[in-house]
Each structure stands twice: as structure tokens, then as C-alpha cells.
Design a protein around this ligand. Structure first.
Ligand code: MN
Length: 736
């Protein structure tokens, strides 16, 4: 093919010729040929061959001074239709390298967004999302060039499409261009959008300005000439030009800030561009000397740059003939930044000498995105302009095109609750980019998520609390449980408290539990224990918040177990000297806490066995105790029995006294109790408890608790009691 006669490519060829950059012309040409081949047969709505569009975009890209890869990506940006079209991307990567493929991929992913009826916050999210999706900031630059060309050729589209595209441009792309400091593109996008969105308002402002300019053109030129003369005399090297200000900015002042056209002083601006910052202030002095300045209109953006690094001096003055105009004074460097923003780096790369300029831009970028990250190597940074500033957030679409911002790691459930708690509570499934996925799937930036709901849904599951990432979703799920599941919550909360009480290690009664819980509830300011159970159940209050109070109340209410003394009629002969623990050796357990089981009250000499209780050491039973026999038959308890035997000498030590239970059945007699107590007193046996019942018309049953040294001692007590005249039987343990 004869490259010289390709009329479509010619304008790009010219732009490349006039660029200050050295481009890889062969690579660009190859990208063009490949794009042309892929777009063959396609036409734009205007009837032109489709390839004219990517070429025009590439031309604007060259105008911004972006690199060869960006120009190639611009040429190829519409060749990969589908995001999932890996084949085309692979081919591009093969032919033009990974970088170009990455840029094209990024451009393809920037889908069309419907911004109509969107709230400002959501629009801001969309802007952020576009930045976040473009892993490389060149993607955004190329996208802006693409959008600019589409806007320039928007007339060919149908009316409804025009409006949608113009709106999106006004709300998304022009502000992005503004943030990136690319004034040249920003203003053109704004003016083009406005001309479609409010054609009447647009032409009204345009006509009035032109009319006004027509009337004052001579006077403005006069002022301009006098400035030129004075600056030349002062010896400053400068450039002076004038222009009517952006129609959109004037429209904005008139319609959005309610100013009359006569109140707008700066429809015309003169721009003085000089070499140094000092000369800016010198020139300003000259202007203020020559003209009357309008109060309150002076702005020093040199010492106070705008967030997008715009720097310039602004002042508004009145000519001697009464024409107001604005004067902007800046250096050539400031001017480049004002026109091209961040892209000025590429455009005038050769002109940059010191690294301070790079540092300055780095600051700019971080200010632009309000982050501080000086960990990056400046060179590397300038290389790729990776934007990973939104790495903690993901931007996910609803099917309607709203953007939901979520923390990284959020799930489908978080998304559902971010839309509305009603959506989350009725959620039965989720689609990710049209495919059904598990609800714990984590969407990525740019994904489209659709939540499937059903009115038959029984509501969220408690497991969701462990899946969701955002506090918002957690709260909403808890709210639901709080409202909908009171009975279930109460049961859950109660179970949680009971688990905690069991861990305290002492047996307690239901009344004691109720008392403990009521006390704790009062202490945390709740009237009703059910409310507290409920709150624990739905997760509104963690158990840890009341754990210390539970322990506290437990210790108050459930005292250490004590020997029950039931004899209320008989004064006890002596103070208790019962050794409740000790005297027993438990296999493998050195110094462990033991207690004597109250069911069988073993005495030294009795064959014994230990049972490992929960939280209260080892209880010692007689080996033939009915509870031991039952326990050993129970598979859950069998393993908790442990060998135990009496300490050597325990049976003989007079100091150790153990509790023994004795049941006496006797004929009713007035002297029976006196006979028993005097018999025990004779033997110097401590009587610890006594209880009598009528057994029949003529018989009585007496339960005795006595202090006893060992089984031999016990036997002698028993035989002595048997010697009492009215006694019918004496047995061990308590009888009924
Ligand atoms: Mn395009």
C-alpha cells in the first residue's frame, strides 16, 4: 500500500511531524493498518469510514504529547468490542506489546454510564470508579480524547443518544479533565456538551458575547496595544493574546450564579505569558498602573495554586474607555500546565531539566487525589502513573448503572445491603455480570451485580454476620434479627449465658440463675432479662460486655458449697471438725481438689473411686454407690472415673473426722432422741445433724449425721446405737 496517498492517515502523520516528541512511526503506522483492517467495511453514523474516528482520537492524543503506546492504543481502542474478547487482546499484545494491549483493555472496560437522574454523590463515585478502573492514567487521557472527538462529531447521532452522551460528558468527563488539569479539553467538552444540553441558552450567551465583543473590539485592541507597548519598554520578554472566555463559564455565571450579563466583567481575557515568576509580578504592577483595577477581583494562584496545580495571576481591570476585561499573567511553564495538566509532562518532556519539576508534579498528583504517598520512586511513577489510590475500595455497578462503593473484600451480601436493607433482607441469590454466583463472592471494580430477591425469603441467615465485610451490612442484619426474631434471639442469648455460667465451675439452681441474670440486666440498665437475652441473641451486645458482671453476680449468689446442717431442734455437741478434703490420693493427680460425694459419704476404709467433675475437682464416692454404678454404665461418663484410695494412715489418724450418715428406725418413745444423743456423747462422737420423721403409727425414722474417723469407728457407733432398747434397725446412709 502506498502510504503517501492515504488521506485518512494524513492528519495524524502531520500531527506526528509537528510534535516535539520522537515517535516510533513504524509502530504507529502498523497499528493504524491493523485497526483499518479490523474496522474494514464499518462506517460511522456520519457515513465516514470508521477508521477516521480512531485516527482523529490518535491525533488528539499526539496533541497532548502522550507516548507511542498511547497513540497505538488510541488507534486500536475500538477494535476489541467485548471485554471478554481475549483473542483480540492477545493478538494486539503479540503485535504491539503488553503495554498497548493493557491500554486497549482499559479503554474497552470503560463502559457507557447513564448519568441521568443520578445524585451528585453517585456521580462522584462514577468519576472515582473510572479512575480506579484505569490502572494506568493514560487510559483516562486517551478516553478523554476519544470523548472529545465523539463530542465534536455528536451531531450525526440521534437526539436521545446526543443528550445521554452530552450529559455523561458534562458530569463525568469534563470534571475529570478538570481534575487532571487539562483545561484545553475540559473547556471544549463543557462547551460542546452545553450546546447539546441547552442549545438555546448556549446560543444566547454566545450571541450576547459576540455582540458585546463586536461593540468593544476596537477599544479592547487599543488597550491591548498599549499593554504591548509598555511591556516592551520594560524589557520583559512576553507573549500577549486575548480571547473570549469559555461560553460555558459565562453561562454558568449567568444561570447558576444569577448574574446579569453586565455584571460579568471578564467575558474577555488577555493573557500575558512571561519567562519568570518575578516577571509575572512586574507585569501585574504595570497593568495595575495602567488601568483601574476592579476591587475584589485579584487572585494570586501563583502563591496559592489550585488543587489541580493551576498557577496564574488573575486581575480584572477597566479600560479608560470603560471596557472591563480580565488579565491573566503566568509563565510559559505555568501555561503548559494550565493547558495540558499532568500531560504537560509528556508534551514537554525534553524541556524539563531539574527533578524538582517531577517532584512538583508528584505533589500535584497526590494533592489531586488527596493522598500522601512518597514511597514511590518518582521515575517509576512517571513511567506508568499507576493509580492504585483506590485500592481499598471497589466500585460496583447496579444493573441500572448506579455505582456502589464498597471496601475491598466486600461480598454480594454487602452490596445488597448497600442498596437497601429491604434488598438485603429479601436476598435469595446474586448475579455477577449476568451469571449466578454464591452470595459470599467478592465482586471487583467494574463488575455489574444484580441481587435476586424473593418475597418468600425467610430473611437473612445468622451466618451472614460472619460473611459480610461492612459494618453497615452487619448492623442491618442485626436490626432484622432484633425486630423479626425475638423468640429465637432470646433462646440464643439465654443459651449463651448458660454456657458462660457453666464455665464458672459450681453447680447452681435455676432460681440462682434467674437471680444472677436479673442482677446483671439491671446493672447494664435493662429492665427485663428477656431484653438482655434478645440483645445478646441478635448480636447487639457482645457477651464480653457482661462477662465480668456475670462472674461477679455468680460469686455473690452461688456460694461455695457447704455442709447442710438440718438438725434444727438439737444443739450440736461440738463444732464441726470435718475434713472434707484430703486424706485421699487420686491416681496421677497430685494435690488435686477432692470432695466427698454426698450421696454415699465414704469413710476411711471404704473402697472408693474418684469422679472428675466439671470445674470442681474430683468427687470421691464409695465404689458401690448407686451413682457410680449408673455413671459407669453411661458411655459419656465412663471415662471420667479415676482410681482413688485412702492416704496411708488416714484410717488411724484421730485428727481427721469425716461425715457419716446413719438411719435409725425405732419404736416411738419419748426418750428416743435423748437415748441416741447420750449414747453418742458417751462415745465422744460429734452429732452434726439430726432429723426425725414419723414412719408409721408406732415407728420413727431418725437421720443422723455424725463425725466419724473411719469405717471401724463407724461400725462401733452403729453397734452402740443398736444397743438402745427401742431401736429396730440402724443402717448406713439416709433412709426414708
Ligand atoms: Mn471511540
Amino acid at each position: 500500500m502506498d502510504t503517501e496517498t492515504d488521506l485518512v492517515f494524513q492528519p495524524l502523520e502531520d500531527a506526528l511531524d509537528h510534535s516535539e516528541r520522537n515517535y516510533n512511526r513504524e509502530k504507529i503506522r502498523a497499528a493504524y493498518e491493523y485497526a483499518k483492517e479490523l474496522h474494514a467495511g464499518q462506517t460511522r453514523q456520519s457515513g465516514e469510514p470508521y477508521i477516521s474516528h480512531p485516527v482523529a482520537v490518535a491525533e488528539i492524543v499526539v496533541g497532548l504529547g502522550l507516548d507511542t503506546d498511547s497513540v497505538c492504543a488510541a488507534l486500536l481502542h475500538d477494535t476489541v468490542e467485548d471485554c471478554a474478547d481475549k483473542t483480540s487482546l492477545d493478538l494486539i499484545s503479540e503485535k504491539f506489546g503488553q503495554n498497548v494491549a493493557m491500554l486497549v483493555d482499559g479503554l474497552t472496560k470503560l463502559v457507557q454510564i447513564n448519568v441521568e437522574d443520578k445524585e451528585e454523590a453517585n456521580i462522584e463515585n462514577i468519576r472515582k470508579m473510572l479512575l480506579a478502573m484505569s490502572k494506568d492514567i493514560r487510559v483516562i487521557f486517551i478516553k478523554l480524547c476519544d470523548r472529545l472527538h465523539n463530542m465534536r462529531t455528536l451531531a450525526a447521532k440521534k437526539e436521545d443518544r446526543r443528550r445521554a452522551i452530552a450529559l455523561e460528558t458534562m458530569y463525568i468527563y469534563a470534571p475529570l479533565a478538570h481534575r487532571l488539569g487539562i483545561n484545553s479539553i475540559k473547556q471544549e467538552l463543557e462547551n460542546l456538551s452545553l450546546s447539546y444540553l441547552d442549545p438555546i441558552g448556549y446560543s444566547e450567551v454566545k450571541n450576547r458575547i459576540e455582540e458585546r465583543y463586536g461593540q468593544s473590539r476596537d477599544l479592547i485592541n487599543e488597550a491591548k496595544a498599549s499593554i504591548e507597548k509598555r511591556l516592551t519598554e520594560s524589557g520583559i520578554h512576553f507573549e500577549l493574546n486575548g480571547r473570549i472566555k469559555s461560553i460555558y463559564s459565562l453561562y454558568n455565571k449567568m444561570y447558576n450564579h444569577n448574574k446579569s450579563f453586565d455584571q460579568i466583567y471578564d467575558f474577555y481575557a488577555l493573557r500575558i505569558i512571561v519567562d519568570t515568576e518575578l516577571e509575572c509580578y512586574t507585569a501585574l504592577g504595570i497593568i495595575h498602573e495602567m488601568f483601574r483595577s476592579i476591587p475584589g477581583r485579584f487572585k494570586d494562584y501563583i502563591s496559592n495554586p489550585k488543587p489541580n496545580m493551576y498557577r496564574s495571576l488573575h486581575t480584572s481591570v477597566m479600560s479608560s474607555s470603560g471596557i472591563p476585561f480580565e488579565v491573566q499573567i503566568r509563565t510559559f511553564e505555568m501555561h503548559r500546565v494550565a493547558e495540558y495538566g499532568i500531560a504537560a509532562h509528556w508534551k514537554y518532556k525534553s524541556g524539563e531539566t531539574a527533578s524538582e519539576s517531577i517532584d512538583e508534579k508528584l505533589q500535584w498528583v497526590s494533592r489531586l487525589f488527596e493522598i500522601e504517598d512518597d514511597t514511590q520512586d518518582p521515575e517509576e511513577f512517571m513511567d506508568a502513573f499507576k493509580i492504585d489510590i483506590f485500592r481499598d475500595e471497589i466500585f460496583v455497578f447496579t444493573p441500572k448503572g448506579d455505582v456502589i462503593v464498597l471496601p475491598q473484600g466486600s461480598t454480594m451480601i454487602d452490596f445488597a445491603y448497600a442498596i437497601h436493607s429491604g434488598v438485603g433482607n429479601k436476598m435469595v441469590g446474586a448475579k455477577l455480570n449476568g451469571m449466578i454466583v454464591p452470595i459470599d463472592r467478592e465482586p471487583q471494580t467494574g463488575d455489574i451485580v444484580e441481587i435476586l430477591t424473593s418475597s418468600a425469603s425467610k430473611g437473612p441467615s445468622r451466618d451472614w454476620l460472619n460473611i459480610v465485610k461492612t459494618g453497615d451490612a452487619k448492623n442491618k442484619i442485626r436490626q432484622w434479627f432484633k425486630k423479626e426474631k425475638r423468640t429465637e434471639n432470646i433462646a440464643l442469648g439465654k443459651a449463651e449465658i448458660e454456657r458462660e455460667l457453666h464455665r464458672m465451675g459450681r453447680p447452681y439452681t435455676e432460681e440462682q440463675q434467674n437471680e444472677i441474670v436479673a442482677n446483671v440486666a439491671r446493672r447494664v440498665g435493662m429492665q427485663d432479662t428477656e431484653d438482655m437475652y434478645n440483645m445478646l441473641g441478635y448480636g447487639g451486645m457482645p457477651l464480653s460486655k457482661i462477662a465480668a458482671k456475670l462472674r461477679d453476680e455468680f460469686d455473690r449468689v452461688v456460694k461455695e458449697p457447704q455442709t447442710e446442717v438440718t438438725a434444727d431442734k438439737v444443739k450440736l455437741a461440738s463444732p464441726r471438725r470435718v475434713k472434707a478434703t484430703g486424706g485421699v490420693i487420686v491416681d496421677g493427680e497430685d494435690g488435686c481438689v477432692t470432695k466427698f460425694a454426698r450421696c454415699c459419704n465414704p469413710l476411711p476404709g471404704d473402697p472408693i473411686i474418684g469422679f472428675i467433675t466439671r470445674g470442681f475437682g474430683v468427687s470421691i464416692h464409695k465404689i458401690d454407690c448407686p451413682n457410680v454404678l449408673a455413671g459407669q454404665a453411661n458411655p459419656e461418663q465412663r471415662d471420667r472415673f479415676i482410681n482413688a484410695h485412702w492416704e496411708y494412715g488416714a484410717a488411724d489418724s484421730p485428727a481427721d473426722v469425716y461425715e457419716a450418715l446413719i438411719t435409725v428406725v425405732a419404736e416411738s418413745s419419748i426418750s428416743l432422741l435423748a437415748d441416741i444423743t447420750s449414747a453418742l456423747a458417751d462415745m465422744k462422737v460429734s452429732l452434726l445433724g439430726i432429723n426425725t420423721q414419723k414412719k408409721g403409727p408406732d415407728t420413727m425414722l431418725v437421720n443422723l449425721t455424725v463425725g466419724c474417723k473411719n469405717i471401724g469407728h463407724y461400725d462401733s457407733i452403729v453397734s452402740r446405737l443398736r444397743g438402745i432398747k427401742s431401736v429396730l434397725s440402724v443402717t448406713r446412709g439416709f433412709g426414708k
